[in-house]
Design a protein around this ligand. Structure first.
Ligand code: SAJ
Length: 406
């Protein structure tokens, strides 16, 4: 009998399902994409994350992890599907809970009395209550009566690039719709989490996760705004931050080409959408970070005429990952190509250009790109670029969005 059914085998669901399986639980992983199901059942992975391949292979080979297209009966269900936003006609960003709703409704045919349903997806306040309403609506439609279902939110906090370490070692927050649900969810995560698990209610747990990412977004926006002020005033922002951070109570983050990924650039909007009049700082931070790629593009245009060859060092959304989703570096490279620049992309973490750049850019190694470039744009602070020095650039103009090249 399956112990845990995990819906969504992406960046969160796959490591979570695998770790439960390696702890001896019988896990059914569910994904709507057949290729993902097939890949995982072969013990392979469809995403890049250090050591995840080893974990998934161990989980599948132990016989404890199996993937399928539909959920089956289990004691516990974990929903780990995407929660993106959609841009409404008036420009507002609204959460798209379509994947969560579909996952919740898909449970109705298989849930049994006393089952626990955990929402892990980062979600707007009130979503766990909605999950309950969707399951109940679908049960009613099927004419099923299933007493004692328990619901909880348990957001993940793991950092892409060091997920497996953080999955085990990060403190967690669990918020049930009832104290019994919280207690069951806490016991569930104690299976593998070696850190503290704090219990609260579902709405606080939902807002806590959004708050963590909004906090980081606001702090990165501060750094990005400083970098734009410094460009205007002719001050070296890296030197400035280094010095200001010598104050015992100042800890400024690092500017970059913008904020990417599927978390920090998304989650604050769920707060802004729910409390627009009160979320002035959060909205402005999002706007500042979203405006940074345009600032970087303006600096490149000012130093290189159209048609020039631009070495774009890094395409991913942050250092040392292959994840191109919502990447400001990719957006900058794509825009340069659209404007007629010759884009020489250097991205050591991918083997082929993303579709949007195919035929419009070249994927090169670092020495070749540097040799052919007329301007060098350092967009991602990958380890692979750490040894690069200004002296290696032969006097070519440099736009260093990460303050990496000295
Ligand atoms: N960035 C900067 N300057 C900085 C720090 C980050 O420009 O000083 C940029 C990065 O380059 C990247 C973006 O911000 O484009 C986000 O990167 P990140 O490493 O800060 O965070 P994510 O999106 O990979 O993961 C975040 C984490 N949240 C927090 O640190 C509060 C992670 O713990 C969450 O689990 C994850 O979001 C999530 O899934 O919500």
């Amino acid at each position: 009998m399956t112990s845990i059914c995990v819906l969504g085998l992406g960046y969160i669901g796959l490591p979570t399902a695998s770790i439960f399986a390696t702890k001896g639980r019988a896990v059914l992983g569910v994904d709507v994409v057949p290729a993902v199901v097939e890949t995982i059942n072969r013990g392979r992975i469809h995403i890049q994350e250090p050591d995840l391949d080893v974990l998934v292979r161990a989980a599948v080979q132990s016989g404890n992890l199996h993937a399928a297209g539909l959920p089956g009966p289990a004691e516990t269900f974990i929903i780990a599907v995407p929660t993106p936003f959609v841009v409404a006609a008036d420009g507002a960003r609204r959460p798209d809970l379509g994947f969560v709703e579909a996952a919740a409704r898909s449970l109705a045919p298989v849930v049994a009395a006393g089952n626990l349903i955990v929402l892990e997806s980062t979600s707007p306040v009130g979503t766990t209550e909605k999950v309950k309403a969707w399951v109940e609506a679908e049960l009613a439609r099927l004419g099923r009566v299933v007493p004692g279902l328990l619901y909880a939110h348990c957001p993940e906090r793991i950092l892409p690039g060091q997920m497996l370490k953080e999955l085990i070692a990060n403190d967690r927050i669990v918020g049930g719709l009832t104290p019994e649900a919280s207690a069951r969810a806490k016991a569930l995560y104690e299976t593998f989490c070696t850190a503290q698990i704090f219990v609260t209610d579902a709405r606080t747990a939902e807002l806590a996760k959004l708050t963590e990412n909004a906090f980081r977004d606001v702090n990165i926006a501060f750094a990005n705004e400083l970098s734009m002020i410094c460009d205007k005033l002719g001050v070296d922002v890296w030197e400035l931050i280094r010095l200001a951070n010598r104050h015992p109570r100042v800890k400024i983050l690092q500017p970059g080409p913008g904020v990417g990924g599927h978390c920090i650039a998304v989650d604050p909007w769920f707060i802004v959408d729910a409390a627009p009049a009160e979320s002035r700082l959060l909205r402005t931070a999002r706007e500042v970070n979203d405006a940074k790629p345009a600032h970087v593009l303006a600096r490149i245009r000012a130093q290189a005429p159209r048609g020039a060859a631009i070495a774009c060092l890094g395409l991913s959304f942050k250092a040392n990952v292959d994840d191109l989703r919502e990447s400001p570096a990719l957006a900058i490279a794509t825009q340069l190509a659209a404007e007629g620049y010759r884009v020489l992309a250097v991205e050591p973490n991918i083997r082929a250009l993303p579709l949007g750049l195919v035929g419009r850019a070249e994927l090169l190694d670092l020495p070749t790109a540097l040799a052919r470039a007329e301007l060098v744009a350092l967009l991602v602070d990958h380890r692979a670029f750490a040894a690069l020095r200004r002296a290696d650039l032969g006097g070519k103009p440099l736009v260093d969005t990460r303050g990496m090249i000295t």
